[in-house]
Design a protein around this ligand. Sequence first.
Ligand SMILES: Cc1cc2nc3c(=O)[nH]c(=O)nc-3n(C[C@H](O)[C@H](O)[C@H](O)COP(=O)(O)OP(=O)(O)OC[C@H]3O[C@@H](n4cnc5c(N)ncnc54)[C@H](O)[C@@H]3O)c2cc1C
Ligand code: FES
Ligand code: FES
Length: 458
Amino acid sequence: MSALAFVLNGREVEIGEAAAQTPLLDLIREQGLTGAKEGCAEGECGACAVLVVDADGRPGKSALRVVNSCLMLSALAAGREIYTVEALATNGVLSDAQRAMAGAGGSQCGYCTPGFVVSLFAEQHRPDRTGPCEDEALAGNLCRCTGYRPIHDAAAALGAAPDGPLLRRLERAAPVLHAVSVGGFSRPATVGECVALLAATLDARLVGGATDLGVERNLRAKTWPHLISVEAIDELQQFTSTPERVLIGAALPLREIGERWRDAPDAVHEWLTLFGSPPIRNRATLGGNLATASPVGDGAPLLMALDAVLHIAGPSGSRTLPIAQFFTGYRKTALMPGEMLTAIEIPKPLPQSVRFFKIAKRRADDISTVALGVSLDVDRGRVRRARWAFGGVAATPLRVVEAEAAVSGGPWNADAVARVQAVLDKTLRPVSDHRGSKEYRLEVSKSLVEKYYWELQS
Ligand SMILES: Cc1cc2nc3c(=O)[nH]c(=O)nc-3n(C[C@H](O)[C@H](O)[C@H](O)COP(=O)(O)OP(=O)(O)OC[C@H]3O[C@@H](n4cnc5c(N)ncnc54)[C@H](O)[C@@H]3O)c2cc1C
Ligand code: FES
Ligand code: FES
């Protein structure tokens, strides 16, 4: 197989340098496979969902991951094995997921149906599934006309995955991603190679899961002179948890953080559930989330509350930086030219109490209007350490140090809450946009402090 090819429904497909930055969805449809569709082109609706054979926690085996093919730039498929809805029926016999959707009346116009079927199929084939198919697996799929009850019924009707070519496929390992270097696309295998490429290639842009860059490509017609994928760098995929720290590779997909950090505080698992949707979490990375420096990004508030330290590699070697010093202005970071994020370190012991609150227009698959990451350590009735970190209230994610000072050393009570709120009144400078007015954002931020207080009381 050539460096820039992948296997689609069992057949090798050449990507071609000219198509490297086009959405995988376009390439798939050009093959005559028109089940996957473009609905939104920004990862919100799931009409373009396809299945990627990916590594699984079980050695030598694999799993099917749902991804939004509208966001996946074609070159990122190089070396992978991908299946579309057309591959799910065997010898003309519909798969369980297809039969269940038809039987439950889960489809009217049918535009969204292939995407739902793909998500249901992946959920039915999830290796660690013990109970019924979870509705959460469908959180990345939208239907405009059927309504969700019949779709929920279809999910509830699915039992264990029956024998079939794709179930048997999962008994073998996923393809290993090798280094690639063609025209305007590179996929180095080590941090050293990546840093050297960044230094040698003018205007090169790193790409992780492309859940931000894919949107830029589709909605703003953006292309890049050279893309460097970080997906084949083992060091960036690491996850370790020791008594001293948790270390998360900058290119580890968010889903894996939840799977591998099993004893993480509940706040981490809640934060992950509120982050995008399953297809987004199958691709999105923490490195991409922090580097994109969105003021409403959800990674920074929680990581600030946990006092995370960022590991950075660049032409002058490696360095570390506390996350509170990383954001230097609107969409600006402390990364110097040629530098990249390699890992996120969370020091232990973890705070006694940590919480993440996200206020958005929808519970699932939405961007924050306001987010709060908060942590608290109280010793003998006195606050020893507090962190208040907000998203959506300034040009950057913001750790409000004055609010921390306002409670340190004193009792954690209603007066302390009022002091934090008074600081927020003076320091937060949110802006108004279609998600919320500046007044709303300020009031919500203050009420989240109160909500946290009452939650702790109960
Ligand atoms: C439908 C949808 C829902 C979303 N929901 C949420 C949400 O709930 N919360 C939220 O915070 N975000 C959300 N996002 C935004 C996005 O998913 C996240 O920001 C994600 O973490 C980006 O990671 P990525 O690997 O896909 O980044 P990419 O798109 O690959 O890259 C983003 C930026 O980071 C840079 N970059 C990537 N890796 C590195 C690295 N290792 N070192 C330095 N720079 C790097 C790239 O050059 C680029 O500038 C959503 C996006 C979509 C499309
Ligand atoms: S077209 Fe809507 S998620 Fe891809
Ligand atoms: S059946 Fe029409 S959008 Fe879902």
